[in-house]
Ligand binder design. Structure first.
Ligand code: PMP
Ligand code: GLN
Length: 413
């Protein structure tokens, strides 16, 4: 194996998706995707495009983003970041948020550069950094509260520790906000603290904001790019999959100042070059509709969070009744729950994995029929123990699926 493949061999997604295929659990609350339909207008748009008389609909489109899509993304985000985003050089359309993150890292990190990563982190960051020759520096969020109701806000970023990690080799800090898997919504104070460090040490911020719309009031999503002087040093990542509940469409984007976006364009033009035209056109048409109903209750991105809130509440209640200790998610569609109170109930000695949460999630799925994700996958090797007592439950599922999961878990406990 070339050395750069180093940490990338094992993937929790590859392993657990195969596990689902092999073992067919009754309810799959693992990988994060909805099991219900995206808004009708976006699916209809794609079906019309598919049978369009215009042959060019099915040919390559502009490499950095289909013209109508980048125009509409500019219309969507410009008011949100209080500036006119140039659709031609400040937005790049990518194969999901995933590719946007890779382009940002590969486009900016040089050998020996350090990248600060907040744990738990979306697992691919580490591989992406290392394969660019960079050095990830990990800082875990700490769950400060150990009794009573715990919410995402109880996962704390230690400011002193963070400040001590910045140095002259630091190139990027990745801030996933809202955060997968804790659901943390970074406060203005926390973001300002990070922004000031970026400014002081001339560091870029890679703001992975793919869950930007799934925020439960009174929490509010603040875009890093809107903080003073941060537009110049922030690359913000979004995802059509998350925005429109079409994760299989795998279109995402990055936006930011043209000088820093140029680096991403160069990576993109030499590996992917251009993304799927009909899908981009369908997302662009969906944005036409959403922009027109932006201030109405029909606006899908806000309607989705409203639809998800009762599911979150149901999941928290169920997990608590079963004996888990869940963190109530302020955003996103995952709940991480401490399973230690159930340790007596389950014999993990038959499972061979190194980390307890892998053993727990596998045995739990076998015994109870509910598949979840082991959060230690979201930690660096030195901090995996911090994730071992948890399991991650995805709750963007139909109510009958969640009810079935509740029934199975209650019977099991
Ligand atoms: N960042 C985070 C935190 C995620 O959870 C995901 C998974 N959706 C992505 C990025 C990648 O998004 P996409 O599916 O658009 O590639
Ligand atoms: N972001 C989703 C999750 O966390 C999907 C991950 C993936 O497909 N790699 O579950």
């Amino acid at each position: 194996f070339p050395a750069r493949l180093g940490t990338g061999e094992k993937s929790v997604w590859v392993e657990y998706i195969q596990l689902v295929a092999d073992t067919k659990p009754a309810v799959n609350l693992g990988q994060g995707y909805p099991d219900f339909h995206a808004p009708e207008h976006i699916r209809k748009a794609l079906s019309k495009i598919a049978i369009s008389e215009n042959p060019l609909t099915h040919q390559y489109t502009r490499g950095f983003g289909h013209p109508k899509l980048v125009q509409n993304l500019s219309k969507l985000y410009s008011p949100l970041v209080c500036r006119n985003i140039n659709p031609l050089n400040e937005i790049l359309v990518t194969v999901g948020g995933y590719e946007a993150i890779y382009c940002a890292i590969l486009g900016h990190v040089e050998a020996g550069d350090e990248v600060i990563v907040i744990e738990p982190f979306f697992d691919c960051y580490e591989f992406m950094i290392r394969s660019a020759g960079g050095v990830p520096r990990f800082i875990p969020l700490k769950l400060k509260k150990t009794c009573g109701t715990v919410t995402s806000a109880d996962w704390i970023l230690d400011e002193k520790e963070l400040a001590s990690m910045f140095n002259c080799r630091t190139k990027i800090i990745i801030v996933n906000n809202p955060h997968n898997p804790t659901g943390k919504v970074f406060t203005c104070k926390e973001l300002m603290f990070i922004a000031n460090l970026c400014e002081k040490h001339n560091v870029l911020c890679l703001a992975d904001e793919v869950y930007e719309w799934v925020v439960y009031p009174p929490n509010e999503h603040i875009r890093m790019a809107t903080l003073p002087d941060m537009w110049e040093r922030t690359i913000t990542v979004g995802s059509a999959g998350k925005t429109f509940s079409v994760t299989g469409w795998k279109i995402g984007w990055a936006y930011g100042n043209s000088k820093i976006m140029r680096h991403l364009q160069i990576i993109h033009q030499n590996c992917v070059y251009t993304c799927c035209t009909p899908i981009q056109e369908a997302i662009a048409q969906a944005l036409d509709i959403e922009l027109a109903q932006r201030t109405t209750p029909k606006f899908y991105m806000e309607a989705l969070a409203k639809e998800l809130k009762p599911k979150r509440d149901f999941m928290v209640k169920t997990l608590t009744e079963v004996g888990f200790y869940p963190t109530i998610a302020d955003a996103g569609y995952f709940i991480i729950a401490d399973w230690r109170n159930l340790a007596r109930r389950i014999d993990l000695s038959t499972e061979k994995d190194k980390y307890k949460d892998y053993r727990f999630t596998k045995k739990f799925s076998k015994e109870c029929g509910v598949m979840t994700i082991p959060p230690s996958a979201f930690y660096s090797p030195q901090h995996k123990h911090l994730g071992e007592n948890f399991a991650r439950f995805c709750f963007i599922k139909k109510d009958d699926r969640l009810s079935l999961a509740a029934k199975l878990m209650k019977e099991w406990s």
